[in-house]
Write a protein that binds this ligand. Structure first.
Ligand code: PHE
Ligand code: FE
Length: 287
């Protein structure tokens, strides 16, 4: 997502899509995918929601090499009616929402370089495809993503994208979910990151709080480092029901009069899974 001043690059279609040009990936690029894949697939089974591992299998993403978008789309189409399409980079918000509302997931086609192995600013194909695509094979999550796209087009009209973007951030990108008496990962920003896959679940630093729509939409987030707060959903069904059954218009109106919450806040009404020490974030402030 990005602001509307972006220029559509030459060679992209009206909807900003481009060909993946799979044949142009070099052996080194495929090797980078394999390296990142091995590293995550090795540690995730006990940490990620089982539906994510199911998705990797259904979509045959466990084979080596950068996936072919056409093949992913074919398998996704059978599972949930979704497709994966390539875009050159950031796209305007309305374009992004329109794709989601039509069950198309937009993905970058470039892969990070060796220097960017553990940190990169712009999402690459590993984040977009490994992180986001497996859960699109889950019918409930697939419906949530489409509903989000439709909600985005509405929020755009109300001028309330900041609030809605926080919902994406704290669910689709950095969400945690209850599972078998503990917590598991499901957010794409976490599962595509080696460091945050451990930090989000095990580190004593961040807060882990129960999902509450209005509270979450008031909460700022970090784009430069690990999150200081994660929100925990009960299940994908619960997330879908809570968001789909709520008319966001009155919510947006209320939010305009409520102060924003810094990333390390705990409110009296919060359902606290973990009260974090915030030691990680504070340690960084002093450098
Ligand atoms: N119910 C939301 C609205 O009224 C739309 C939405 C659904 C947004 C699901 C996100 C997720 O705008
Ligand atoms: Fe993402």
């Amino acid at each position: 997502m990005a602001d509307v001043t972006l220029q559509r690059p030459q060679g992209s279609a009206e909807d900003w899509t481009i060909a993946q040009d799979w044949d142009r990936y070099t052996p080194a690029e495929h090797a980078m995918w394999d390296h990142l894949f091995e590293r995550q697939a090795g540690m995730l089974p006990e940490r990620v929601v089982p539906e994510f591992m199911d998705g990797l299998k259904v979509l045959r993403m466990t084979r080596p090499g950068i996936p072919h978008f056409d093949e992913l789309s074919e398998r996704l189409m059978k599972a949930t009616g979704w497709q994966v399409v390539a875009v050159p980079g950031l796209v305007p918000e309305a374009v992004f929402f329109d794709h989601l509302a039509n069950r198309r997931f937009v993905a970058g086609r470039f892969i990070r370089s060796a220097e960017q192995r553990d940190y990169l600013q712009e999402p690459d194909i590993f984040h977009d495809v490994f992180g986001h695509v497996p859960l699109l094979a889950n019918p409930v999550f697939a419906d949530y993503m489409q509903a989000y796209g439709k909600g985005g087009l509405r929020a755009h009209g109300f001028g309330s994208l900041t609030a809605l973007a926080r919902l994406y951030w704290y669910t689709v990108e950095f969400g945690l979910i209850r599972h078998g008496g503990g917590l598991r990962l499901y957010g794409a920003g976490i599962v595509s990151s080696y460091g945050e896959s451990m930090f989000a679940l095990d580190d004593p630093s961040p807060h882990r709080l129960g999902f509450d729509l209005e509270r979450l939409m008031r909460t700022q987030y970090r784009i430069d480092d690990y999150q200081q707060t994660y929100f925990v959903i009960d299940s994908f069904e619960d997330l879908l029901r809570r968001t789909l059954d709520t008319d966001f218009e009155p919510l947006y109106a209320r939010l305009r009069n409520e102060p924003e919450l810094p990333t390390d806040t705990i409110l009296p009404g919060d359902r606290v899974y973990t009260r974090g020490t915030q030691a990680y974030a504070r340690g960084k402030q002093n450098v």
